[in-house]
Design a protein around this ligand. Structure first.
Ligand SMILES: [Zn+2]
Length: 461
């Protein structure tokens, strides 16, 4: 068996792991690199593995940093099946075309602004490429062993991160190899907890928050911090702008806002969910009841829709999105994407950042090099489409909503291991997070063999 790390090494993006066993080559995740330019350029280089030589792809979950390279990979010749849970495949149907659309938009913008004078800028991939990738998808339910080849089997276990998220667990050559993808959190609303695992010979473990704990005082995973920001901003007549991943985070925010309204903790404000993708994601979240935790199912049994507030508007068209700009009374706008690198959120930032009454609330991890990261780190101006905008709005960051476990929660998940893996590979973390995770595991699990792989590094298992 052989394992090669083709992404998410000392970064949180570009997840791609090549696993070779029983004469088969399987790619686990096929993510897009995002953030820093050196990383993004990798998306344009020939992939380190010939896509035509890969037999199958298995996805841990639908987020673009785990799936956004699929259309490019198919364009370059991959023709095998792409496996994921039913919810992951449903989410991909909205995420991949959207990602393609953003790639096309960016190419159009670069051509219009003539940043590329010599030749026409081309998109990384097109909507047709995304459709071609979607045609290769096949749904595999949780806990159902799937045989790839004689002697090579895998199953998917709930990871508790977003709808459909899974651990990928291989049984090969009488060994177990477990890829965690992104590990979610315990006791969150909406989605079930991550499944406990008792053993694995090789563990490929994420480390996004390897050096951080989500702040305790944020309470209920960030709900109380959100309450304070909404109340304060409404008092001064401002708008709360929430850049959010369309899938997962947006649903959780609405869930908590509904609770806060019912508890009389916040005023009933107009809430705009301004992202066609988020609107679709709400429907997919509603339909996959098999993934919901008990609280969600209890509310639905009472006839409550747990994922809507009293005065919520789901905005699909560009025209309706622009109409939000005319809204100058207190309101809440949830828009994608979560790191403010593209999508409708960019227009809302242009519109709302210069006004000191408004708040911009980041509710997810901001990767290095993104507009979100600059804002969170206190930038006084921010450049959007070539113009500088003053940052007068209050910038806040709530880590409590993270869909990733912090190191404490990952250590809690590791506690169920009854024996040490032969080797644990740490991935999906920026350098400080990943070394932090290593130290924490060494303290709590002395004797574990921990490796931090580098880009394109390969290991015989
Ligand atoms: Zn994720």
């Amino acid at each position: 068996m052989r394992l090669t790390f083709l992404g998410a090494t000392e970064t949180v993006t570009g997840s791609k792991f090549l696993f070779e066993s029983a004469g088969k080559r399987i790619l686990i995740d096929c993510g897009l690199f995002q953030g820093l330019k050196d990383l993004r350029l990798r998306n344009w280089q020939d992939p380190p593995v010939d896509p035509r030589s890969v037999d199958a792809i298995i996805l841990t979950h639908a987020h673009i940093d785990h799936t956004g390279y699929l259309p490019r990979f198919v364009r370059q010749g991959f023709r095998g099946p792409i496996y994921g849970t039913p919810a992951t495949i449903d989410l991909l149907r909205i995420l991949l075309p959207d990602s393609a659309h953003l790639q096309e938009e960016e190419a159009r913008f670069r051509n219009k602004t003539r940043r590329t004078r010599h030749e026409e800028a081309l998109p990384l991939y097109t909507t047709e490429d995304a459709d071609a990738a979607l045609r290769l998808t096949q749904a595999v339910p949780y806990r159902t062993p799937f045989t790839v080849a004689p002697g090579l089997q895998y199953d998917l276990l709930p990871a508790g991160h977003i709808l459909g998220s899974a651990f990928v667990r291989f049984q090969a050559e009488s060994k177990t190899v477990l890829f965690t993808g992104d590990i979610g959190r315990f006791d969150t609303p909406v989605i079930k907890d991550p499944e406990t695992v008792e053993s694995a010979d090789y563990l490929i473990l994420e480390s996004t928050y390897g050096n951080r704990l989500h702040k305790e005082q944020e309470g209920h995973h960030g709900k109380l911090a959100l309450r304070d920001i909404i109340v304060e901003t409404a008092k001064r007549g401002g708008t709360v702008l929430i850049p959010s991943f369309a899938v997962g985070r947006a649903q959780e925010i609405l869930y908590y806002m509904r609770e806060l309204e019912e508890e009389g903790e916040i005023p009933t404000l107009p809430v705009y969910v301004d992202s066609p993708m988020a609107v679709d994601a709400f429907e997919i979240y509603r339909d996959h009841a098999e993934e919901h935790d008990l609280e969600m199912n209890r509310l639905k049994a009472n006839g409550t829709n747990p994922l809507v507030t009293k005065n919520v508007t789901f905005v699909r068209t560009v025209q309706d999105s622009k109409a939000i700009n005319d809204h100058h009374f207190p309101c809440v706008i949830i828009s994608a994407n979560g790191m403010a690198t593209g999508g409708r959120i960019v227009h809302h930032l242009m519109n709302r950042l210069p006004d000191g009454r408004n708040s911009v609330v980041f509710v997810g991890f901001q990767a290095a090099g993104t507009r979100g990261r600059y804002l969170v780190e206190g930038a006084r101006t921010v450049r959007i489409y070539g113009l500088d905008y003053p940052v007068r709005a209050e910038i806040r960051s709530i880590q409590g909503f993270s869909a990733h476990g912090d190191y404490g929660e990952i250590l809690r998940w590791l506690q169920s291991f009854k024996s040490a893996p032969r080797k644990t590979f740490l991935v999906h973390g920026e350098p400080r997070a990943i070394t932090g995770m290593k130290e924490h595991i060494q303290n709590t699990h002395p004797g574990w063999d921990i490796t931090i792989p580098r880009y394109t590094e390969a290991f015989e298992l």
